[in-house]
Design a protein around this ligand. Structure first.
Ligand code: CP3
Length: 353
């Protein structure tokens, strides 16, 4: 029996794992996407010591410290490994740099030569050994009631960065490659699927309790491409991870999937689906009939704080009571977020349950 004194919760199974395994918790487990990051002064101080963002990710001691910073401050129910989805293109031999105020910049891969010149997908785990080392240290250090989450980008989202050379813009180049050169694009997606499956399996073997697939740009795909580029590769990755580890718990986040979250939940075989802030509580309840559902406070409401945030938290916690709910945001914590608002959020979620 393990007792977590800060909030009086007494449990012998990690709350996040209980919800993923099928039982609702009276107090929903809570963690936040980008819970480690620039909104924390201790993160900014640590970040200054690294020569580059990727060096930061590949130095186990630094990655461990960053992972634990939000846990030490807020006693969250889960620690997510400090890393990035773009370690996969880096491990495939494609240099990635993170430019201040711009974000990630890559040398775009737009043709057969670029795609076929990438390293093999099953080789990424050699390049990523420092990531697994960080997980092993975390596994040993973490309080036993706190879950450890590993993650990867999903193939479609990683492909958008690799083909566009940057993130979150028009997606013209990647869509054109997908439709005009389906064989080349398919080979890129296959390579990514292979790499992601190996990376997730290695993270579970290094001690992750569960893994999450971030498909941040899933919502930009029309039909039938959403089924082909989001659902199908995710299903195959889930199958490969479960073939290696039948009990593996997997969270999927096809961001901005709208009315396609339900088919994603039904067809991919994930244990939980994370939803963005546009999804209603009614839809979350209906998703929670078959999978755990994670989300979905607006990250800007966390910046605003105060009564509007607290009112929405009360609504969410009451509305999803008795359901398999994991409290989170609809997307990552933004750098402008006052840390004391995160403390207030955690207290409100636990106080209102
Ligand atoms: O706390 C955590 O959530 C764990 C660590 C984590 C990071 N990135 C750290 C990070 C996770 C899970 C990610 C996932 C990630 N990375 C996604 C999927 C989730 C999402 O946001 O949609 C995506 C699309 C990326 C790609 C990426 N990495 C971008 C677009 C950027 C630049 C944006 C920014 O905030 O600067 C990054 C850099 C990055 N990854 C930072 C952090 C803390 C900021 C880097 C810095 O310190 O300057």
């Amino acid at each position: 029996m393990y007792t977590k004194p800060e909030n009086g919760r007494v449990t012998n199974i990690k709350p996040l794992m209980a919800v993923l395994a099928g039982s609702p918790e009276a107090t929903p487990p809570i963690w936040l996407m980008r819970q480690a990051g620039r909104y924390l002064p201790e993160y900014r101080a640590l970040r200054q010591k690294a020569s580059s963002f990727l060096d930061f990710c590949y130095t186990p001691e630094m990655a461990v410290t960053a992972t634990l910073q939000p846990i030490e401050r807020f006693a969250l129910d889960a620690a997510i490994l400090f890393s990035d989805i773009l370690v996969i293109p880096d491990a495939l031999g494609m240099p990635v740099t993170f430019v201040e105020k711009v974000g990630p910049v890559l040398e775009p891969v737009t043709d057969a030569r670029g795609v076929d010149g990438l390293k093999p997908g099953d080789g990424v785990t050699d390049h990523l050994t420092p990531v697994y080392q960080a997980l092993r240290i975390l596994r040993a250090d973490l309080d036993p009631g706190i879950s450890l989450i590993g993650f990867a980008g999903a193939p479609w989202t990683i492909a958008t960065y690799m083909v566009e050379g940057r993130g979150g813009h028009g997606f013209e180049t990647v869509k054109r490659l997908m439709w005009q050169a389906p064989d080349v694009f398919g080979r890129l997606m296959d390579r990514l699927e292979e790499a992601v499956a190996h990376h997730l399996i290695a993270q579970i073997e290094a001690g992750a309790d569960c893994v999450k697939l971030f498909d941040s740009w899933a919502g930009v795909l029309p039909e039938p491409d959403f089924a082909r580029q989001v659902i199908a590769p995710t299903r195959r990755i889930v199958d490969r991870v479960r073939a290696a580890h039948p009990d593996a718990r997997i969270i999927g986040f096809p961001r901005q999937a709208g009315d396609r979250y339900a088919v994603y939940a039904a067809e991919t075989g994930v244990d939980a689906v994370a939803v963005d802030q546009s999804v209603t509580l009614a839809t979350m309840k209906s998703l929670a009939e078959t999978v755990a559902v994670q989300g979905n406070l607006d990250p800007q409401l966390l910046v605003a704080g105060g009564e509007p945030m607290e009112a929405r938290i009360r609504e969410m916690v009451a509305g999803l009571a008795g359901h398999r709910h994991i409290f989170n945001l609809g997307h990552g914590v933004v750098p402008e977020t006052p840390p004391e608002h995160v403390a207030a959020l955690v207290a409100a979620v636990r106080g209102n349950a």
